[in-house]
Design a protein around this ligand. Structure first.
Ligand code: SF4
Ligand code: SF4
Length: 120
């Protein structure tokens, strides 16, 4: 659940994308959506942690993100672009949609979506 931060407005600064890229995971629902959307370009950057995911709960975390084309951990999110921000915004993983999960996390990370007057 995204934190209820008054007047929060993401400006696509990319701070969270850089900080959490090594620890992101996809839910079952993310994987099913990408299958339905035929987003092979996204699916090929995931590493499934079980042979089959259709019998897991939709909110369970089931795949590592975003492996490189060589199958390694990424140094940067492949979907981030300096001028346009997230290039898969409409279908980005649930964990990215949920960020930040608290005002404390946002402030600690330097998230620019928190209005200065809310920033304790
Ligand atoms: S998928 Fe989008 S929101 Fe998530 S880390 Fe990458 S660029 Fe950021
Ligand atoms: S750190 Fe905050 S403002 Fe920057 S991209 Fe992430 S959510 Fe948006």
């Amino acid at each position: 659940m995204k934190a209820d931060i008054p007047d929060f407005k993401c400006n696509n600064c990319g701070i969270c994308c850089k900080k959490y890229v090594g620890s992101l995971m996809a839910t079952v629902e993310d994987m099913k959506r990408w299958e339905d959307e035929e987003r092979d370009d996204i699916l090929e950057r995931t590493f499934l942690l079980a042979d089959e995911f259709h019998h897991f709960r939709d909110d369970q975390l089931i795949a590592d993100l975003w492996i490189t084309k060589q199958g390694n951990e990424p140094h940067a999110c492949p979907w981030w672009h300096r001028s346009t921000g997230c290039r898969i915004h409409d279908t980005k993983p649930q964990q990215c949609r949920d960020y930040p999960i608290s005002l404390e996390q946002a402030v600690r990370d330097g998230c620019e979506g928190v209005p200065q007057e809310v920033n304790p």
